[in-house]
Design a protein around this ligand. Structure first.
Ligand code: PLP
Length: 393
């Protein structure tokens, strides 16, 4: 059967592939600790599950909903956005989508013409580049000149007359780093000056730790806000990855185009998930804080221990999301591996700890370790990695 050139150009998700392999080893009875996954290890809070069950029993989940979501949910997302970001959006500015992932995909579909360039800072979330390619655009990757956060001058070095947009993700997957207000202002002003659309991925905005202040590009000047399309969702902060609740917030005319794309592809986010999301946003928020506190405790404990492993180097301590992203080039060398991907393979085969090699995020000297796992598992995993490196160095 023919396979399109488009499909041939797309790489499958590296994070999903590794997770599948770790799970296959577990199924064979091998005690693998899987730290590849980008999803909370908590159950969706009970009030949300109960609301979903009630929606099913009340017959609310049986039918299609409006393409962009039920009115109450779009209104609630606008309200929450306005509160969090000091904005003045209405439900007309909101598209509820099948995960933040589909919001990003639909944005690329609505924004890009053939050959348009989108600047993506390294390290990047795995799907950005592939989604741009699927939308006939060209991803242009830019490496930070210092550390793991880009500056306006890094972005300027990647800009051409074909540049239409850039993607900024903070807190960042995979590094857990959070951009400061000053850093964002510099980037936002550069985007305004050069008429570059900012796709602002705030998926982890509620997951910041140790007093870090989360600031979004959406919450800066009016000029920056006008250039910005916000993407967020409930997957990470409400432990709802399986429900697939995401959204985009933007200019109402742009949102109408998202409706056209979604209307011919997903139709709408599953009705039951929309009622669950409504409860998530309207109901008691204490479970969000409880989960955030648990991640914070894990980060603080695990970061300290990982730093003690020979050859593990951090640019700085992560401040958000639930990932650690050490540079382990030295550790790989110490144990006789020719590169970090081989080191990650060894960790899986010999130490039975699964992590994602940084090459999946465009930075091959690093590994991503997810701490969306129990403290016991995390401590055991770090012990295994440490032993593995110390025995072989
Ligand atoms: N953006 C980032 C940075 C992510 O890490 C993810 C999920 O891993 C998403 C967007 C999409 O999340 P979802 O489709 O579950 O809403």
């Amino acid at each position: 059967m023919q396979i399109s050139q488009r499909a041939k150009n797309i790489q499958p998700s590296a994070t999903l592939a590794l997770s599948t392999r770790a799970n296959a080893m577990r199924a064979e009875g091998i005690d693998v600790i899987n730290l590849t996954v980008g999803e909370p290890d908590f159950q969706t809070p009970k009030n949300i599950r109960d609301a979903a069950i009630a929606a099913i029993n009340d017959g609310k989940a049986d039918s299609y909903t409006p393409v962009l979501g039920i009115k109450e949910l779009r209104e609630k997302v606008a309200e929450v956005t306005n509160k969090d970001y000091n904005t003045n959006f209405t439900s007309d500015n909101v598209a509820v989508t099948t995960g933040g992932k589909f919001a990003l995909y639909a944005i690329a579909q609505c924004l890009l013409n053939q050959g348009d360039e989108v600047i993506i800072p390294l390290p990047y979330w795995v799907s950005y580049g592939e989604q741009i390619k699927l939308s006939d655009g060209k991803p242009v990757f830019v490496k930070p000149s210092k550390g793991l956060k880009v500056t306006a001058s890094d972005l300027e070095s990647a800009r051409t007359d074909k540049t239409v947009a850039m993607i900024l993700n903070s807190p960042q997957n995979p590094s857990g780093l959070v951009y400061t207000k000053e850093e964002l202002e510099e980037i936002g002003n550069w985007a305004v000056k050069n008429d570059i659309v900012i796709i602002c991925d705030d998926m982890y905005g509620k997951l910041v730790y140790n007093g870090t202040r989360f600031v979004s590009l959406m919450d800066l000047s009016d000029d920056i806000r006008k250039q910005t399309i916000l993407v967020s969702g409930l997957s990470k902060s409400y432990a709802m990855t399986g429900w697939r609740v995401g959204y985009a917030v933007a200019d109402a005319e742009f949102i109408k185009k998202i409706a056209a794309v979604a209307g011919h592809s997903t139709s709408n986010l599953t009705a039951v998930s929309q009622y669950a999301a409504l409860e998530a946003l309207n109901g008691d928020q204490s479970s969000v804080s409880t989960m955030r506190e648990a991640y914070e405790e894990r980060l603080n404990k695990i970061y300290k221990k990982l730093k003690e492993i020979p050859g593990f180097v951090f640019d700085s301590k992560p401040q958000g999301a639930f990932y650690l992203f050490p540079n382990v080039a030295k550790a790989a060398e110490l144990v006789g591996c020719s590169n970090v991907s081989e080191f990650a393979e060894f960790l899986l085969e010999k130490a039975h700890v699964a992590v994602v090699p940084g090459v999946a995020f465009g930075m091959s000297d690093y590994i991503r370790i997810s701490y969306a796992a129990s403290l016991d598992n995390l401590e055991e995993a770090v012990k295994r990695i440490k032993m593995f490196v110390e025995e072989r160095k």
